[in-house]
Ligand binder design. Structure first.
Ligand SMILES: O=c1[nH]c(=O)c2[nH]c(=O)[nH]c2[nH]1
Length: 288
């Protein structure tokens, strides 16, 4: 009467910190890893037979072990090794999804000199890596998606919004000068392996941020379209960019309602930063 249409299982948000301490100047890598296996696991649900289930606890242990044994390259290399390991070694897994959130730490600077082993967490922005490893041997495919979440960005001018469609419920005023602010979640799908995963991330992030800053915006929609194109221009190894952008509205505070003797001017200087609701603007930009 019913069918188990889909299932997957794994460990959520394995928070692991790897310190590289081969020299007095240590390095830190702060990862939050989520694993998910797909494959011949229906019995675990349908009859309660767990004989094919590699425990999520084991998946967690493997994530920690690989931080040491496969942690020398980029985060992408680590995630690829972990994903491949699960599909190569688990006879019941046909696919493994590895999602990684990377927290950045900035080195403490004392009297102009970077400290060797102390950092301050940057946040909230985090780099993301998603690896989907499917199949084994010659049939194996590995898809890599890079990205960034919670990239909060604001420009105080260079943004307009007017000429929009209006109906009997429209109250929004037109503007040729407003704050444009968002918290970007962006992913980009790799169609080829870049020479340097870290350099690809920096190049794409720079393209996104500088386009947001320099493009004179007629709407957040138009800005996203420009940012997506800039990312594709910057790194040939990516095939598609998905952008999700809440429009973090900043409303000019209305001082004209006050009965003060001297009217208080507000020439785009004082805003109410409204956290919700927000416009939610999304776009996927692909190579034609
Ligand atoms: O850039 C914008 N796009 C919209 O679709 C929209 N709608 C709205 O009320 N403000 C804005 N701003």
């Amino acid at each position: 009467m019913y069918t188990l249409s889909a299932n997957q299982y794994g460990k959520g948000e394995i928070h692991l910190v790897r310190i590289y301490r081969d020299t007095p100047r240590h390095e830190i890598r702060d990862l939050t890893v989520t694993t998910a296996l797909r494959g011949d696991f229906a019995d675990a649900y349908l009859s309660g037979d767990q004989s094919k289930v590699l425990p999520t606890d084991t998946q967690k242990n493997t994530a920690f072990a690989f931080a040491k044994t496969h942690g020398e390259g980029a985060v992408e290399d680590y995630a690829i090794a972990l994903g491949r390991h699960f599909v190569d070694s688990d006879p019941y897994a046909t696919a493994a999804d590895i999602d990684v959130l990377v927290d950045a730490w900035d080195r403490v600077v004392i009297d102009g000199a970077e400290h060797d082993h102390t950092w301050v967490k940057r946040g909230p922005e985090r780099r993301t890596v998603r690896v989907v490893a499917t199949g084994t041997g010659a049939e194996q495919t590995v898809e890599v998606t890079g990205g960034v979440v919670d990239l909060v960005i604001l420009k105080s001018t260079g943004s307009e919004f007017h000429g929009f469609h209006k109906d009997e419920y429209t109250t929004l005023g037109e503007t040729d000068d407003r704050i444009l602010a968002t918290s970007l979640d962006v992913t980009w799908r790799f169609s080829a392996v870049p020479a340097d995963w870290d350099a690809a991330f920096v190049t794409i992030r720079t393209a996104l941020v500088s386009t947001f800053a320099t493009w004179h915006s007629l709407a957040l929609q138009q800005t996203l379209w420009q940012m997506g194109q800039a990312a594709l221009d910057a790194v040939p190894e990516i095939a598609e960019v998905k952008l999700t952008a809440p429009n973090k509205h900043h409303f000019l505070y209305d001082f004209t309602r006050f009965t003060v003797a001297q009217p208080i001017p507000n020439d785009n200087e004082v805003f109410h930063a409204d956290d919700r609701p927000y416009g939610l603007i999304e776009a996927t930009v692909s190579r034609a």
